[in-house]
Design a protein around this ligand. Structure first.
Ligand code: PAF
Length: 281
Protein backbone atom coordinates (compact mmCIF):
# COMPACT_ATOMS: atom_id res chain seq x y z
CA UNK A 1 0.00 0.00 0.00
CA UNK A 2 1.30 3.43 -0.99
CA UNK A 3 0.81 6.76 0.80
CA UNK A 4 0.85 9.79 -1.49
CA UNK A 5 0.42 13.49 -0.84
CA UNK A 6 -0.18 15.04 -4.25
CA UNK A 7 -3.08 15.08 -6.70
CA UNK A 8 -0.64 14.23 -9.52
CA UNK A 9 0.48 11.03 -7.74
CA UNK A 10 -3.11 9.87 -7.15
CA UNK A 11 -4.03 10.55 -10.76
CA UNK A 12 -0.95 8.68 -12.06
CA UNK A 13 -1.71 5.63 -9.90
CA UNK A 14 -5.43 5.58 -10.75
CA UNK A 15 -4.60 5.93 -14.47
CA UNK A 16 -2.34 2.87 -14.26
CA UNK A 17 -5.18 0.89 -12.68
CA UNK A 18 -7.68 2.16 -15.22
CA UNK A 19 -5.35 1.15 -18.08
CA UNK A 20 -5.36 -2.37 -16.61
CA UNK A 21 -9.19 -2.31 -16.60
CA UNK A 22 -9.45 -2.29 -12.78
CA UNK A 23 -12.35 -0.76 -10.82
CA UNK A 24 -11.65 1.81 -8.10
CA UNK A 25 -13.43 2.50 -4.81
CA UNK A 26 -12.93 5.66 -2.73
CA UNK A 27 -13.34 6.03 1.02
CA UNK A 28 -13.16 9.73 1.97
CA UNK A 29 -12.17 10.26 5.62
CA UNK A 30 -10.71 12.84 7.97
CA UNK A 31 -8.52 10.15 9.54
CA UNK A 32 -8.28 8.93 13.13
CA UNK A 33 -9.96 5.85 11.80
CA UNK A 34 -12.20 3.54 13.81
CA UNK A 35 -14.19 0.42 12.94
CA UNK A 36 -16.90 2.60 11.34
CA UNK A 37 -14.37 3.73 8.73
CA UNK A 38 -12.99 0.18 8.70
CA UNK A 39 -16.37 -1.14 7.53
CA UNK A 40 -16.26 1.32 4.59
CA UNK A 41 -12.74 0.24 3.59
CA UNK A 42 -13.73 -3.42 3.87
CA UNK A 43 -16.82 -2.87 1.71
CA UNK A 44 -14.77 -1.03 -0.90
CA UNK A 45 -12.02 -3.67 -0.95
CA UNK A 46 -14.69 -6.33 -1.51
CA UNK A 47 -16.56 -4.50 -4.28
CA UNK A 48 -13.66 -2.93 -6.21
CA UNK A 49 -10.32 -4.10 -7.55
CA UNK A 50 -8.53 -1.18 -5.91
CA UNK A 51 -9.37 1.05 -2.92
CA UNK A 52 -8.20 4.61 -2.27
CA UNK A 53 -8.64 6.05 1.25
CA UNK A 54 -8.32 9.82 1.55
CA UNK A 55 -7.18 11.15 4.91
CA UNK A 56 -7.68 14.91 5.03
CA UNK A 57 -8.97 17.09 7.87
CA UNK A 58 -10.84 19.48 5.62
CA UNK A 59 -10.60 23.04 6.96
CA UNK A 60 -13.47 24.40 4.84
CA UNK A 61 -16.06 22.32 6.72
CA UNK A 62 -15.11 23.76 10.13
CA UNK A 63 -16.33 27.16 11.39
CA UNK A 64 -13.70 29.30 13.19
CA UNK A 65 -15.14 28.35 16.62
CA UNK A 66 -15.04 24.59 15.90
CA UNK A 67 -12.48 21.83 16.58
CA UNK A 68 -10.26 22.00 13.46
CA UNK A 69 -7.03 22.56 15.42
CA UNK A 70 -7.80 19.84 17.98
CA UNK A 71 -9.33 17.30 15.59
CA UNK A 72 -7.51 14.03 16.39
CA UNK A 73 -4.89 12.88 13.87
CA UNK A 74 -2.73 9.71 13.61
CA UNK A 75 -1.66 8.98 10.03
CA UNK A 76 0.74 6.20 11.03
CA UNK A 77 -1.95 4.21 12.83
CA UNK A 78 -4.50 4.97 10.07
CA UNK A 79 -2.09 3.66 7.39
CA UNK A 80 -1.45 0.40 9.23
CA UNK A 81 -5.21 -0.10 9.71
CA UNK A 82 -6.01 0.61 6.04
CA UNK A 83 -3.30 -1.77 4.86
CA UNK A 84 -4.65 -4.51 7.13
CA UNK A 85 -8.14 -4.01 5.64
CA UNK A 86 -6.95 -4.25 2.04
CA UNK A 87 -6.69 -0.59 0.92
CA UNK A 88 -4.24 0.06 -1.92
CA UNK A 89 -3.54 3.77 -1.69
CA UNK A 90 -3.79 6.48 0.95
CA UNK A 91 -4.14 10.04 -0.28
CA UNK A 92 -3.09 12.31 2.61
CA UNK A 93 -2.64 15.80 1.12
CA UNK A 94 -1.56 18.94 2.96
CA UNK A 95 -4.10 21.79 3.02
CA UNK A 96 -2.07 23.70 0.36
CA UNK A 97 -2.36 20.76 -2.04
CA UNK A 98 -6.16 20.79 -1.86
CA UNK A 99 -6.72 24.55 -1.55
CA UNK A 100 -3.75 26.29 -3.12
CA UNK A 101 -3.67 29.97 -4.11
CA UNK A 102 -6.69 30.74 -1.93
CA UNK A 103 -9.40 28.54 -3.41
CA UNK A 104 -12.36 30.68 -4.56
CA UNK A 105 -14.63 28.00 -6.02
CA UNK A 106 -17.04 26.10 -3.77
CA UNK A 107 -20.02 23.77 -4.15
CA UNK A 108 -23.01 25.27 -2.39
CA UNK A 109 -26.21 23.25 -2.11
CA UNK A 110 -29.56 24.66 -0.95
CA UNK A 111 -32.53 23.05 0.94
CA UNK A 112 -30.98 19.73 2.10
CA UNK A 113 -28.13 21.63 3.76
CA UNK A 114 -30.42 24.06 5.55
CA UNK A 115 -31.92 21.58 8.05
CA UNK A 116 -30.52 19.53 10.98
CA UNK A 117 -26.71 19.99 11.22
CA UNK A 118 -26.93 22.82 8.67
CA UNK A 119 -28.74 24.99 11.24
CA UNK A 120 -26.03 24.81 13.90
CA UNK A 121 -23.14 24.45 11.39
CA UNK A 122 -24.15 26.83 8.55
CA UNK A 123 -20.92 26.55 6.48
CA UNK A 124 -20.29 22.87 7.14
CA UNK A 125 -21.91 21.26 4.10
CA UNK A 126 -20.46 23.80 1.67
CA UNK A 127 -17.03 22.55 2.81
CA UNK A 128 -18.10 18.89 2.70
CA UNK A 129 -19.57 19.17 -0.82
CA UNK A 130 -16.53 21.07 -2.06
CA UNK A 131 -13.98 18.61 -0.74
CA UNK A 132 -15.96 15.51 -1.76
CA UNK A 133 -16.51 17.03 -5.22
CA UNK A 134 -12.77 17.64 -5.49
CA UNK A 135 -12.00 14.08 -4.35
CA UNK A 136 -14.46 12.68 -6.90
CA UNK A 137 -12.67 14.68 -9.62
CA UNK A 138 -9.19 13.72 -8.42
CA UNK A 139 -9.81 9.97 -7.98
CA UNK A 140 -12.73 9.47 -10.43
CA UNK A 141 -13.86 6.39 -8.49
CA UNK A 142 -16.49 3.90 -9.64
CA UNK A 143 -17.89 3.79 -6.11
CA UNK A 144 -17.55 5.94 -2.98
CA UNK A 145 -18.41 4.85 0.56
CA UNK A 146 -19.88 6.92 3.41
CA UNK A 147 -21.30 5.99 6.84
CA UNK A 148 -25.01 6.24 7.61
CA UNK A 149 -24.19 7.81 10.99
CA UNK A 150 -23.77 11.04 9.02
CA UNK A 151 -27.17 10.51 7.38
CA UNK A 152 -27.61 14.11 6.23
CA UNK A 153 -24.11 14.17 4.75
CA UNK A 154 -24.88 10.95 2.86
CA UNK A 155 -28.15 12.36 1.45
CA UNK A 156 -26.38 15.57 0.43
CA UNK A 157 -23.53 13.76 -1.31
CA UNK A 158 -25.98 11.50 -3.17
CA UNK A 159 -27.90 14.57 -4.32
CA UNK A 160 -24.73 16.45 -5.32
CA UNK A 161 -23.58 13.42 -7.27
CA UNK A 162 -26.87 13.41 -9.21
CA UNK A 163 -27.16 17.18 -9.65
CA UNK A 164 -23.56 17.63 -10.84
CA UNK A 165 -23.39 14.38 -12.87
CA UNK A 166 -20.31 12.97 -11.14
CA UNK A 167 -21.35 9.48 -12.14
CA UNK A 168 -20.05 7.82 -8.98
CA UNK A 169 -22.04 5.09 -7.24
CA UNK A 170 -22.48 6.56 -3.74
CA UNK A 171 -22.89 3.79 -1.16
CA UNK A 172 -24.12 4.24 2.43
CA UNK A 173 -22.88 1.70 5.00
CA UNK A 174 -24.59 0.84 8.32
CA UNK A 175 -23.67 2.55 11.60
CA UNK A 176 -21.02 0.63 13.54
CA UNK A 177 -21.51 0.70 17.32
CA UNK A 178 -19.47 0.06 20.45
CA UNK A 179 -20.55 -2.98 22.49
CA UNK A 180 -22.79 -0.81 24.68
CA UNK A 181 -24.46 0.78 21.63
CA UNK A 182 -22.65 4.13 21.28
CA UNK A 183 -22.12 4.90 17.58
CA UNK A 184 -18.39 4.88 16.71
CA UNK A 185 -17.06 8.37 16.01
CA UNK A 186 -13.63 9.99 15.94
CA UNK A 187 -15.12 12.63 18.25
CA UNK A 188 -15.89 10.06 21.00
CA UNK A 189 -12.28 10.72 22.08
CA UNK A 190 -13.44 14.11 23.46
CA UNK A 191 -15.72 12.41 26.04
CA UNK A 192 -14.67 12.29 29.69
CA UNK A 193 -15.29 8.86 31.33
CA UNK A 194 -18.48 10.25 32.88
CA UNK A 195 -19.73 11.66 29.54
CA UNK A 196 -18.79 8.41 27.78
CA UNK A 197 -21.15 6.50 30.12
CA UNK A 198 -23.90 9.11 29.68
CA UNK A 199 -23.61 9.09 25.86
CA UNK A 200 -25.06 5.56 25.69
CA UNK A 201 -28.43 7.26 26.14
CA UNK A 202 -28.36 8.12 22.41
CA UNK A 203 -28.45 4.52 21.23
CA UNK A 204 -31.00 3.72 23.96
CA UNK A 205 -33.28 6.42 22.55
CA UNK A 206 -32.72 5.10 19.01
CA UNK A 207 -33.72 1.60 20.13
CA UNK A 208 -36.79 3.00 21.86
CA UNK A 209 -37.86 4.95 18.74
CA UNK A 210 -37.24 1.95 16.49
CA UNK A 211 -39.32 -0.27 18.76
CA UNK A 212 -42.23 2.21 18.66
CA UNK A 213 -42.08 2.38 14.86
CA UNK A 214 -41.83 -1.41 14.59
CA UNK A 215 -44.94 -1.63 16.78
CA UNK A 216 -46.83 0.48 14.25
CA UNK A 217 -46.48 4.05 15.61
CA UNK A 218 -46.43 6.50 12.69
CA UNK A 219 -46.92 9.79 14.57
CA UNK A 220 -43.49 11.48 14.47
CA UNK A 221 -44.28 13.78 17.41
CA UNK A 222 -45.10 10.82 19.70
CA UNK A 223 -41.91 8.97 18.82
CA UNK A 224 -39.78 12.12 19.14
CA UNK A 225 -41.35 12.96 22.52
CA UNK A 226 -40.52 9.50 23.90
CA UNK A 227 -36.96 9.68 22.53
CA UNK A 228 -36.48 13.21 23.90
CA UNK A 229 -37.70 12.10 27.35
CA UNK A 230 -35.21 9.21 27.28
CA UNK A 231 -32.30 11.52 26.36
CA UNK A 232 -33.33 13.99 29.04
CA UNK A 233 -32.88 11.33 31.72
CA UNK A 234 -29.15 12.11 31.28
CA UNK A 235 -28.25 15.46 32.86
CA UNK A 236 -25.01 15.65 30.82
CA UNK A 237 -26.89 15.49 27.50
CA UNK A 238 -27.71 18.77 25.75
CA UNK A 239 -29.91 18.24 22.69
CA UNK A 240 -28.91 20.30 19.65
CA UNK A 241 -31.69 18.75 17.54
CA UNK A 242 -33.90 15.67 17.42
CA UNK A 243 -36.11 15.64 14.34
CA UNK A 244 -38.05 13.47 11.91
CA UNK A 245 -37.30 14.33 8.29
CA UNK A 246 -37.74 12.88 4.82
CA UNK A 247 -34.57 10.80 4.30
CA UNK A 248 -34.00 12.20 0.80
CA UNK A 249 -34.97 15.88 1.07
CA UNK A 250 -34.20 16.46 4.79
CA UNK A 251 -37.50 18.37 5.17
CA UNK A 252 -39.47 17.73 8.37
CA UNK A 253 -42.26 15.14 8.32
CA UNK A 254 -45.18 14.46 10.65
CA UNK A 255 -45.85 10.90 9.54
CA UNK A 256 -43.21 8.19 9.87
CA UNK A 257 -43.20 6.26 6.62
CA UNK A 258 -40.31 5.26 4.35
CA UNK A 259 -37.96 6.95 3.55
CA UNK A 260 -38.19 8.92 6.82
CA UNK A 261 -35.18 9.50 9.03
CA UNK A 262 -35.09 10.29 12.74
CA UNK A 263 -31.84 12.09 13.43
CA UNK A 264 -30.25 13.76 16.41
CA UNK A 265 -27.19 15.76 17.42
CA UNK A 266 -26.52 15.89 21.14
CA UNK A 267 -23.69 17.55 23.04
CA UNK A 268 -21.85 15.96 25.94
CA UNK A 269 -19.30 18.53 27.09
CA UNK A 270 -16.94 19.19 24.16
CA UNK A 271 -18.32 16.36 22.02
CA UNK A 272 -21.26 16.85 19.66
CA UNK A 273 -22.46 13.35 18.74
CA UNK A 274 -24.84 12.13 16.04
CA UNK A 275 -27.15 9.14 15.92
CA UNK A 276 -30.17 8.21 13.82
CA UNK A 277 -32.34 5.53 12.29
CA UNK A 278 -34.15 5.23 8.96
CA UNK A 279 -37.71 4.08 8.52
CA UNK A 280 -37.49 1.61 5.67
CA UNK A 281 -40.14 -0.20 3.55
O1 PAF B 1 -17.42 12.32 7.10
C1 PAF B 1 -16.27 12.83 7.06
O2 PAF B 1 -15.32 12.34 7.67
C2 PAF B 1 -16.05 14.08 6.22
O3 PAF B 1 -17.13 14.96 6.32
C3 PAF B 1 -15.69 13.79 4.75
C4 PAF B 1 -16.83 13.11 4.01
C5 PAF B 1 -14.45 12.91 4.70
C6 PAF B 1 -15.37 15.09 4.04
O4 PAF B 1 -14.31 15.77 4.62
Amino acid sequence: MKIVKTVAEVRAQVKEWRDEGLSVGLVPTMGYLHEGHGSLVTASAKENNRTVVSVFVNPTQFAPNEDLANYPRDLEKDSAYCEELGADLIFAPEVEEMYHDGNVTFINMTTLTEELCGLSRPIHFKGVCTVVGKLFNIVRPDRAYFGKKDAQQLAIIKRMNEDLNFDVEVIGCPIVREEDGLAKSSRNVYLTPEERKAAVVLSRSVRLGEAMVNNGETDAEKVLAAMRAEIETEPLAEIDYLKAVDGLTMQQVKELKAPALIAMAVRFGKARLLDNFFIEE
